[in-house]
Design a protein around this ligand. Structure first.
Ligand code: 26V
Length: 825
């Protein structure tokens, strides 16, 4: 029977339609009489899901037969975005499905809009993990993504009276056609309890008995590669109550109490922590981290044991990548299993662990570095704390032999931070337990070796690497910008650029071609129209499509300096008002300035920045005198699917963090690929973007990283009215005079930069920012010059494909070979 079954579904229109109709009837149990667009989406996705599942099963069966090495990518966050279009594009079936659906009376694009956007991440770190999965599948690497299946993703952001309001994001309420629930893949996870030592044959053994036991169940999410049959797995764990655990309570007759404990188990993977900047040592968060780590390690071990190899071969078959320190307990969990359960000697186990783990750092902000209180950790995971102390003891002994009596070194390198509140430094644990540590852009990796991890670097310089981030051109050009994709196809003569962005460099001469420039502008204009309608519908603002679309979208944070952007908008507003009406159009280019991004719910200053943007928006947009010369909009609920509309439509995008503080940035890369010019500081990956596209094709301004500390000191020692200069001072005074209302909130906001503690040096960078903005206006007046730079930005962005990044991880850290499954037809 298996042989008789058609192995791969044929791609004809009729076959697609029959599969969709089949799902309407048998999966949805629907008839054509009460059939909605949502049902259509569900039937279509199920028909695509069938194809993914076949490819997915074949992929791992093939990997298994070939006895390949795997990389395990461990991340608490994945911002994968919508799946349907991405799957169709990667399976190269979008055209066929479009036709098939049109025939049945449906527009495929409106079908796409029915899908929820799974938002299981905060921002850059989670989106990076999703781009990496796409590249790992596309490049045929034997890989697994591991994460958590939160029931609630990051909150949905609404704007009420100009303030951010958080609404829970229960994203599973319409089911999820993309996941495969694995009823048979469950692991026990233990918490709390006690440890006992036993001596057997003269050897001490440690036994940890957890007092709370729950279950982690696997939910598999197939990730199709582009132009290959390889489809890899993103395995997400969900917490469930364990059936064994609460027997006692049930027997004692306390029925409700027993149910409560079951609900507590389910609660663990309920909600993603919506904070990406300040660390708060919450027990629930630690439970989440350990659940991911423990289930994943058990899964990897089960797979390895089937090979019947010796433990010392583990690193030959497994590479484990830690996406920041969040899953760092994996190091300890593998040590625990190897020593306590598998009976390896400490040193043998350490070799295995050290040679398989690698750690990526994503931030140098001290407030984001994870440190778990030893009381909390020791209570929840007593054996793990003991192992951490052990690792630390052995490590510090080596250090004190190498640097006798160097107490400063010992205390900075130690995994334990002493003090009234003793903590475990997860970054130190991750470095000590890994054979490779990397930053996410050249400048950031450099800063790790000279500042944050200086002493570790001096100890083992070879361990430290750079892996500049990248983004997938499949989602960020091919899916998000079909107009540009078609244009690039024509320029190149094929769609080869999707797999090899570097070939675009060979076509730079088109940047001067007026015919191409015209088509390029047309594509941008169509994308701007789409965003125009999006803004009109959601914000009720009527933009001028001919105005310059100027966009800053990212999490709201002081270091990203959205405040500097809006203060400049006010500067522009005041300048327009001061200019005689008849001269205004000569002096100012019409601009639509858009902001978007979520503030962490407890981050008051970030929330006040949103309040200020909306206050300015209200004033400026309703000022008849200003008209379309200046519009200000806050784009609500910035997420992956909205980004796919926003990024292709923008002409100028802002990446203006204080130098040294943005580890990389990844949207900067997406904007550049889509022919957007950047106004930015020499920070994160901006530095490398400037190297690739040329500084003359960007608007670079502001203090360099070496100058920041000195500027901070200078400002500390003078009055803000002096170091701000008259232009910024006037802006602050306008806000304080209640020109925009909300004086209480806005004065408090301004005090973060006025009171001699302008940590992010807005005051120092403001003038240079204004000058860069003037250069933007000047260039925009020359449409052909602007378009030329836009084209060059896009054609020179090849370095920032995540394919390049993943190849480097595979070759320089994971020692991993591609393994392509054969074409089944
Ligand atoms: C930190 C924390 C702190 C504890 C609470 C939960 C939580 C969740 C996430 C984070 C991650 C902060 C680090 C981060 O997102 N870094 C960003 O990583 C991007 C990808 O490498 C990079 O482009 C951005 O520049 C960097 O800010």
């Amino acid at each position: 029977i298996w042989k008789l079954m058609e192995k791969y579904l044929p791609n004809s229109k009729e076959a697609i339609q029959s599969s969709v109709v089949n799902h309407v009837e048998y999966t949805l149990a629907k008839t054509r009489f009460d059939f909605t667009l949502l049902h259509c989406y569900q039937a279509v996705s199920h028909s695509v899901r069938d194809r993914l599942i076949e490819a997915f099963n074949d992929t791992y069966q093939y990997f298994n037969n070939k006895d390949v090495k795997y990389v395990y990518y461990l991340s608490l966050e994945y911002l994968i975005g919508r799946c349907l279009q991405n799957a169709l594009v990667n399976l190269e079936l979008e055209g066929q499905y479009k036709e098939a659906m049109l025939d049945m009376g449906y527009n495929l694009e409106s079908v796409y809009e029915q899908e929820v956007d799974p938002a299981l991440g905060n921002g850059g770190l989670g989106r990076l993990a999703a781009c990496f999965l796409d590249s790992m599948a596309t490049l045929n690497y034997p890989a697994w993504g591991y994460g958590l299946r939160y029931s609630y993703g990051i909150f949905r952001q609404q704007i009420k009276d100009g303030y951010q309001v958080e609404v829970p994001d229960y994203w599973l309420d319409r089911g999820n056609p993309w996941e495969i629930e694995r009823l048979d893949v469950n692991y026990q996870i233990k918490f709390y309890g006690s440890i006992t030592k036993k001596v057997e044959d003269g050897k001490e053994r440690t036994i940890w008995e957890g007092s709370e036991i729950i279950v982690a169940r696997a939910y598999d999410n197939p990730i199709p590669g582009y132009n290959t049959f390889n489809t890899i797995n993103l395995r997400l764990w969900r917490s469930l109550p364990s059936s064994e655990f609460d027997f006692k309570s049930f027997n004692q007759g306390d029925y409700f109490k027993a149910l409560e404990s079951r609900q507590r188990a389910e609660f663990i993977t309920s909600v993603l922590y919506p904070n990406d900047s300040t660390y708060a040592g919450k027990e629930l968060r630690l439970k989440q981290q350990y659940l991911l780590v423990s289930a994943t390690i058990q899964d990897a071990i089960r797979r390895f044991k089937k090979k019947r190899k010796e433990w010392k071969e583990w690193p030959k078959y497994n590479a484990l990548q830690l996406n920041d320190t969040h899953p760092a307990l994996a190091i300890v969990e593998l040590m625990r299993i190897l020593t306590d359960i598998e009976g390896l000697e400490y040193e043998e186990a350490w070799e295995v662990v050290y040679n398989s783990f690698a750690y990526t750092n994503h931030t140098i902000l001290p407030e984001a570095l994870e440190k778990w209180g030893v009381e909390l950790l020791g209570n929840l995971l007593p054996r793990h704390l003991e192992i951490i102390y052990n690792i630390n003891h052995i490590f510090l002994e080596k250090i004190s032999r190498k640097y006798p009596n160097d107490w400063r070194k010992l205390s900075t390198l130690s995994l334990v931070e002493e003090g009234t509140h003793k903590t475990i430094r997860m970054a130190n644990l991750s470095i000590v337990g890994s054979h490779a540590v990397n930053g996410v852009a050249a400048l950031h990796s450099q800063l790790l070796t000279t500042n944050l991890f200086k002493d570790f670097y001096e100890l083992r310089p070879a361990k430290f690497q750079n892996k500049t981030n990248g983004v997938t051109p499949r989602r960020w050009i091919r899916c998000a910008n079909p107009g540009l994709s078609a244009l690039l196809n024509d320029v190149v003569g094929s769609d080869d650029w999707i797999l090899d962005m570097d070939i675009l460099k060979n076509f730079q001469k088109i940047a001067d071609d007026p015919a191409i420039q015209n088509r390029w502008m047309q594509v941008k204009r169509q994308n701007k129209e789409k965003l125009y309608w999006w803004v009109k519908e959601r914000c009720g603002v009527d933009l001028n499509i001919d105005s310059l679309f100027d966009i800053q979208v990212k999490r709201i944070h002081e270091y990203k300096r959205q405040l500097m952007n809006i203060l400049y908008v006010i500067r522009r507003y005041l300048d327009i008002k001061k200019t005689p009406a008849e001269e205004r159009r000569k002096l100012f280019v019409p601009r639509s300035i858009m902001f978007g991004g979520k503030a962490a719910p407890g981050y008051i200053t970030a929330k006040r920045i949103i309040r200020l943007v909306n206050a300015v928006s209200q004033k400026v947009n309703n000022d008849q005198e200003v008209g379309d010369l200046l519009k200000v909009v806050f784009l609500p609920n910035y997420n992956v699917s909205n980004a796919q509309v926003i990024i292709p439509a923008s002409e100028l995008s802002q990446h203006i963090s204080t130098a040294g503080l943005e580890a990389s940035g990844t949207s900067n890369m997406k904007f550049v690929m889509n022919g957007c010019l950047i106004i930015g500081t020499m920070d994160g990956a901006n530095v490398e973007i400037a190297e690739e596209v040329g500084e003359e094709n960007m608007f670079i301004f502001g203090a360099r990283v070496e100058q920041v500390e000195e500027l901070r000191n200078k400002m500390r020692n003078s009055n803000y009215r002096d170091y701000f200069g008259p232009r910024l001072t006037e802006v602050c005074d306008a806000i304080s005079s209640d020109l925009f209302g909300y004086k209480y909130d806005l004065d408090a906001l301004l005090d973060t930069i006025r009171n001699k503690n302008d940590y992010y040096i807005l005051g120092a960078d403001f003038e240079s920012y204004c000058e860069a903005q003037q250069r933007v206006d000047n260039l925009y007046r020359n449409k052909s010059e602007w378009t030329k730079k836009s084209i060059l930005n896009s054609l020179r962005s090849g370095k920032f494909s995540s394919d390049r990044t993943i190849r480097q991880y595979a070759e320089e850290i994971w020692d991993l070979e591609p393994c392509e499954i054969p074409n089944p037809s």
